[in-house]
Design a protein around this ligand. Structure first.
Ligand code: SF4
Length: 230
C-alpha cells in the first residue's frame, strides 16, 4: 500500500497528528473516453503489480504526484461541476486505486456520493473476488457503481471499449448501469484523447490500441516531445 503521511501543523501536547494523503498522479476535469458520458478522471500514483505491457509503468515508478486530502479531491470535483454541470461521473484509474490509503479513498467517495449524483467507475488490477475478501476494501467498494477488474494482459487485448484486455470484467455493483451490461461487454471500440499541455507534454487519456503507445513514443522522441499517459 502506498501511504505517505504529512505531519499536521496543529500538533498539540507533543503528540504528532498525521493526515494521510491520497497520491494523485494526474487529474482531468472532463474526459469522454473512460466510461459513459463526460467524466472527471483521477489517476492515482503507484502500482506494485507490474503487468507486462502496462502503459502506466513510468508514471508508477518515477512520475510526479500531488498529495491531496479526501476533502480537497471532493472540492476539485465540485469545482468541475460548477463549470460543466453535465458531468456524468468520476473514473478512478492509476496506478492502482486500491493501493491508496483505503479509509481516505472511501471518505472521498462518501463525500462525492453525499453531495452529487455522479456515478463512480473504478479500474483495478485486483480481482473483485480478492477485494471482497479484504475488510479494508469494503468501505470503498460500497461507493463504486462499476468496477473494472483484473490485470492487463497483452495477449488478451482485443480492442474492447474501456478495457485493456478481455479478461478484465465489468462488475455492476449498483443498478446505475446494470441495464447496459450486455452492450458494455460486447462493445469493441477504442478511443483516446490527446492534448498538449502548457509545458509541451503530450497527455493521452483512454485505453489505446495495442502497441500504439510504443509507436507514438518512439516517433515523438525524435521530435523531443514528452508523452504522459495513464
Ligand atoms: S494493475 Fe494496472 S497500473 Fe498496475 S501494473 Fe497492472 S496495468 Fe499497470
Amino acid at each position: 500500500m502506498v501511504t505517505v503521511a504529512c505531519k499536521n501543523q496543529s500538533n498539540q501536547n507533543s503528540k504528532q497528528n498525521y493526515t494521510i494523503m491520497l497520491h494523485v498522479a494526474r487529474k482531468k476535469m472532463f474526459c469522454n473516453v473512460l466510461g459513459p458520458g463526460t467524466r472527471s478522471v483521477i489517476w492515482f500514483h503507484g502500482c506494485t503489480r507490474q503487468c507486462s505491457g502496462c502503459i502506466a509503468e513510468t508514471m508508477n515508478k518515477i512520475g510526479e504526484f500531488e498529495s491531496l486530502t479526501p476533502q480537497q479531491l471532493a472540492n476539485w470535483i465540485k469545482h468541475n461541476i460548477s463549470i460543466e454541470n453535465s458531468i456524468e461521473g468520476v473514473t478512478l484509474s492509476g496506478g492502482e486505486p486500491f493501493q491508496q490509503p483505503l479509509n481516505e479513498l472511501a471518505t472521498f467517495l462518501m463525500l462525492l456520493k453525499q453531495n452529487t449524483n455522479l456515478s463512480v467507475l473504478c479500474y483495478t488490477g485486483y480481482r473483485y473476488e480478492e477485494l471482497k475478501e479484504q475488510k479494508s476494501a469494503i468501505p470503498v467498494l460500497q461507493y463504486i457503481d462499476v468496477l473494472i477488474d483484473g490485470e492487463y494482459r497483452q495477449n488478451e487485448d482485443f480492442g474492447h471499449r474501456w478495457r485493456g484486455s478481455v479478461n478484465q470484467q465489468f462488475h455492476f455493483l449498483t443498478k446505475r448501469y446494470k441495464n447496459q451490461e450486455h452492450e458494455w461487454n460486447l462493445a469493441v471500440e477504442r478511443q483516446i484523447e490527446i492534448e498538449l499541455d502548457i509545458n509541451g507534454k503530450l497527455q493521452i487519456s483512454g485505453v489505446p490500441s495495442k502497441n500504439f503507445i510504443n509507436k507514438l513514443t518512439t516517433e515523438l522522441q525524435h521530435h523531443d516531445v514528452d508523452v504522459d499517459f495513464s
